[in-house]
Design a binder for this molecule. Structure first.
Ligand SMILES: NC(=O)c1ccc[n+]([C@@H]2O[C@H](COP(=O)([O-])OP(=O)(O)OC[C@H]3O[C@@H](n4cnc5c(N)ncnc54)[C@H](OP(=O)(O)O)[C@@H]3O)[C@@H](O)[C@H]2O)c1
Length: 308
């Protein structure tokens, strides 16, 4: 496929690589619907917040601090609710859950968008490797805490990545979730993104028989603040040539917004999307036993966290 074809081709959904979040919601009214977007102050989350509000949705925008969330929400025309949700701090995540419940907010979709990538050296939170803890465990606490707030047709959208292909060959290294028995920046990022995908699969299995859905997405490759930990040479090339060959932010936000809102995928669950269409993930991302095991291990990790 030529680059021109890649940029312009459309899949069965009618959208493709070059579609933007505005295009995939064109003509949709999100009036009366409420969405929660994590990491709403930067990159794809900021664009998702803007477009969901533009289409009439109310958006609960979360960021590491309430100041960041407020600043992001203030930039947007429309109805927003800024909340703090620091994903590496379970107390902050639980406070966010409690505030959504206190305000009686019902959610039509939760978009687990926030993330960190390729930390050069192993870092930990509560004894666990930080990308696994932030990208997976933080969102695990958030979503499982908010399940009762989902509407009957509520959707959960997990930001995974094509980088899940870079997870260790055994999938999730259950004997190395601390990152102390071997660490590579991309292996650990890949593992956290495989965990996001497996979480969506297992949640979809648990939603079976209901009208709720859970899916994972790869947004594309987009130059955002996510690359802050990349080495300076890679950052230079990303900066210099990125705009020529990569998606821009409106295109990058399209798949998560599409899966969270579009009527054509209202009943699609347990899938992995890229470029606004169902895509093929790594084989073990469909391993139901692995997904179940990750869920159970995550429950144990969360249960054993120190109470405040
Ligand atoms: N960009 C890409 O090429 C690409 C490719 C594949 C997948 N993705 C996925 O897409 C998602 C969005 O990425 P992006 O490109 O938009 O990156 P970004 O611009 O760096 O945005 C990431 C967001 O996550 C927030 N975040 C980071 N750590 C957090 C924590 N501990 N608690 C709460 N929020 C936290 C950031 O907050 P601060 O600004 O305060 O740090 C920011 O709002 C990520 O999940 C990423 O893995 C991106």
């Amino acid at each position: 496929m030529s680059l021109y074809e890649l940029f312009t081709s459309k899949g069965p959904s009618g959208f493709g690589y070059g579609s933007t979040a505005e295009q995939v919601t064109e003509g949709l009214s999100l009036e009366g619907k409420t969405f929660l977007v994590t990491g709403c102050n930067s990159g794809l989350g900021e664009e998702a917040l803007r477009v969901l509000a533009l289409r009439g949705g109310r958006v609960v925008g979360t960021a590491r601090t309430v100041e960041k969330a407020k600043a992001a929400c203030e930039k947007v025309k429309g109805s927003t609710v800024p909340l703090a949700c620091e994903l590496s701090d379970p107390e902050s995540v639980k406070a966010c859950v409690a505030e959504v419940k206190r305000q009686g907010i019902k959610l039509d979709a939760i978009i687990c968008n926030a993330g960190i990538m390729a930390l050069p050296k192993p870092e930990q939170a509560f004894g666990y490797e930080l990308q696994f803890f932030t990208n997976h465990i933080g969102h695990f606490i958030l979503v499982t805490g908010l399940l009762e707030q989902l509407t009957e047709t509520g959707r959960v959208v997990m930001l995974s990545s094509a980088a899940h292909f870079r997870a260790p060959k055994e999938g999730i290294q259950f004997d190395n979730l601390e990152g102390t028995k071997g660490y590579t920046p991309w292996g650990s990022y890949g593992q956290s993104k495989l965990a996001n995908l497996l979480f969506a699969r297992e949640l979809a299995r648990r939603f079976a028989g209901t009208k709720k859905t859970a899916n994972a997405v790869h947004p594309g490759v987009i130059r955002t603040n996510l690359g802050r930990h990349m080495n300076p040479v890679a950052r230079f090339f990303f900066g210099a040539f990125g705009p020529l060959v990569l998606k821009d932010v409106p295109q990058g936000a399209a798949t998560e917004v599409f899966v969270a809102t579009h009527p054509s995928v209202a009943t699609v669950s347990g899938e992995y999307f890229a470029d606004c269409n169902v895509a093929k993930a790594r084989a073990d991302a469909s391993d139901a036993a692995l997904a179940k095991r990750l869920w159970e291990v995550s429950e144990k990790i969360v249960a054993a966290l120190p109470a405040k």
